[in-house]
Design a protein around this ligand. Structure first.
Ligand SMILES: CC(C)(COP(=O)(O)OP(=O)(O)OC[C@H]1O[C@@H](n2cnc3c(N)ncnc32)[C@H](O)[C@@H]1OP(=O)(O)O)[C@@H](O)C(=O)NCCC(=O)NCCS
Length: 174
């Protein structure tokens, strides 16, 4: 039986990962209300702060396991979120997003490495998978940088009424 409390905070170098709360609504709304940032994500753009509060309560708080805000140590600002989704046979997928103002500074890669290192010490995992939409160059680069290898495996998914061609990557855990 997992003790969820042991998974609520993960320490990184410049960042820490912590479960999301309603107090983080303004920081999340800042980037979830930006069309370009949410283009490749699997939820609709947030039009009002109420959309953000709904998402926090129904996604992050209802089942918090594996879901984190990415916080800057220097000022405790939430600059994005990351989640690891483990299914029964421990195959995985990830979700990640970083506020545009903080992109290309290595924060997502740091969050991915921090998360993987933490989870693979706690849970016996042999391999992890990550998936991105073809054309999502930034996400593909994060996978490369974190050591995922591109498999020549593609699948089409219908997400938010749009057919998306997805590309699968995998990393072996030693
Ligand atoms: C994907 C995303 C989370 C990356 O966040 P980030 O903090 O900018 O990523 P990093 O800084 O760790 O970048 C990792 C590498 O990718 C590169 N990179 C990041 N964004 C890039 C872009 N738009 N175009 C080209 N390269 C990019 C970085 O330069 C870095 O490579 P380097 O170390 O060789 O310089 C961010 O672009 C984002 O939030 N996108 C919108 C949401 C999204 O698409 N989520 C993923 C759904 S699968």
């Amino acid at each position: 039986m997992l003790d969820i409390e042991n998974y609520s905070y993960i320490d990184g170098q410049r960042i820490y990962l912590k479960n999301v709360s309603v107090e983080n609504a303004n920081d999340i709304f800042e980037y979830c209300s930006d069309e370009e940032t949410v283009k490749f994500l699997d939820f609709e753009i947030h039009k009002t702060i109420e959309d953000t509060l709904f998402a926090i309560k129904n996604y992050f708080i209802l089942s918090p396991f594996g879901k984190y805000g990415i916080f800057l140590k220097e000022n405790d600002k939430l600059i994005g979120t990351i989640d690891i989704r483990l299914n029964n046979n421990k195959k995985s997928n990830f979700g990640w997003v970083i506020n545009k103002k903080y992109q290309k500074k290595g924060y997502c890669s740091e969050a991915v490495n921090t998360l993987i290192s933490f989870y693979t010490k706690k849970i016996s995992i042999k391999e992890l998978y990550a998936i991105h939409e073809i054309g999502n160059v930034a996400s593909e680069k994060v996978m490369d940088k974190c050591g995922f290898k591109k498999l020549n495996v593609y699948r089409t998914e219908l997400i938010n009424n749009r057919e998306r061609k997805m590309c699968i990557h995998k990393i072996l855990i030693s």
